[in-house]
Design a protein around this ligand. Structure first.
Ligand SMILES: Cc1ccn(O)c(=O)c1
Ligand SMILES: [Zn+2]
Length: 260
């Protein structure tokens, strides 16, 4: 079942439930049987340099692992993309329980969490802030998380999270290879035209949602839930959970698949 916010709990960042005039909003439910196989979709070719990893920031919505995007050292090409996209950050969305937490769903199936790796079009724009306002400005890889065995690569990140417990906290974080969070098979994905799922909700995103999930342990995900939406000064501390947006209408869009 789709998670129900307790009465009236619509966190500020949900913003308008549907962006005014938006006909390509995200997230969506991916109806597998309605997706269209596109034989022209190429394999995705991420090429990340762990040396560009710089810090972790709690921005009050999620925690962002940020990368130096002043050069083309960590890039994403191929798949549905015509241009070269630079990795700028990755973050997650998760629930207060393992029963829900993802933003996208597959035939209504919810996952406990979803990883988003955010890239911007460095052929067409000079910085993220420009690209986020443009139609083909961003490419976001989505990976579903399931509860299972411990993810060894994730543990270095989990161990750093207590240092960014409160909103606006930042900690140095280096030499993390984001490729370790991708599933073994990145050739099977769905792709569609959508939007950011947090303000400004701009319709700038080519979404690339991996068919294969990754596994993390129950204890690892529990550390995500120990983060706070609130800054150290605020009297009432609020756990950072359920930081996902409600699903949006498809409005006639086609979801393409890279596999049959
Ligand atoms: C740029 C951006 C901002 C927020 N979220 O959730 C995203 O997935 C991407
Ligand atoms: Zn996201």
């Amino acid at each position: 079942s789709i998670a129900h916010f307790s009465t009236g709990m619509h966190p500020m960042w949900q913003g308008p439930l549907v962006a005014p005039g938006g006909n390509r909003q995200s997230p969506i439910d991916i109806r597998v049987r309605k997706s269209v196989f596109d034989p022209h979709l190429k394999p995705l070719t991420p090429d990340y340099d762990p040396g560009t990893c710089s810090q972790i920031w709690n921005n009050g919505y999620s925690f962002l692992v940020e990368y130096d995007d002043t050069t083309d050292k960590s890039i994403l090409k191929g798949g549905p993309l015509e241009d070269n996209f630079r990795l700028c950050q990755f973050h997650f969305h998760w629930g207060e329980s393992n029963a829900w937490g993802s933003e996208h769903t597959v035939d209504r199936r919810l996952f406990p969490a979803e990883l988003h790796m955010v890239h911007w079009n460095s052929n067409k724009y000079r910085r993220f802030e420009e690209a986020v306002m443009e139609e083909n400005g961003l490419a976001v890889i989505g990976v579903f998380l399931k509860i299972g065995k411990r993810h060894e690569g994730l543990q270095k990140l989990v161990d750093a999270l207590p240092a960014v417990r409160h909103k606006d906290s930042v900690v140095e974080f280096t030499r993390f290879d984001p490729a370790c969070l991708l599933p073994a098979n990145i050739d099977d994905y769905w792709t569609y035209a959508g939007s950011l799922t947090t303000p400004p909700l701009t319709e700038a995103v080519t979404w690339i949602i991996m068919k294969q999930h990754i596994e993390v342990s129950h204890d690892q995900l529990a550390v995500f839930r120990s983060l706070l939406f609130t800054s150290a000064e605020e009297e009432v501390q609020k756990s950072m959970v359920n930081n996902f947006r409600v699903q949006q209408p498809l409005r006639g869009r086609t979801v393409r698949s890279s596999f049959t």
